[in-house]
Design a protein. Structure first.
Length: 109
């Protein structure tokens, strides 16, 4: 896993710095069109930025369960149980509010 992340980071660095550097050098030394070189450099920077954002988003979503301590797992289970109880109460409130709505509609007619 660590090797893959290092390779991805190196790819992003090479894409972000290498492609613009090569395009600028080729335009200076070999007569490559300056406008095309600028567009290629900007496109490479945008792609590298998108890859960084996607990589950070995917990396932050990883939650290895093997590294969670038992006390943290217990807290997580308590929080899940609390959320389930809250959702059940909200379902009951919705039923009661629908009954009140029906009674008010009947009284209005």
């Amino acid at each position: 896993m660590a090797r893959a992340s290092i390779l991805i980071a190196l790819t992003i660095i090479l894409l972000g710095f290498g492609v613009p550097a090569i395009s600028i050098c080729s335009s200076v030394f070999y007569g490559f069109n300056v406008i095309v070189a600028g567009l290629v450099a900007i496109f490479a920077l945008i792609v590298a930025g998108v890859l960084v954002i996607v990589g950070l988003a995917m990396g932050s979503e990883e939650l290895p369960s093997a590294k969670i301590k038992p006390s943290e797992m217990e807290k997580l289970n308590f929080m899940r149980a609390h959320q389930r109880a809250t959702l059940e109460e909200l379902d009951e409130i919705i039923v009661i509010l629908r009954e009140i709505r029906d009674v008010l509609k009947a009284a209005q007619e």
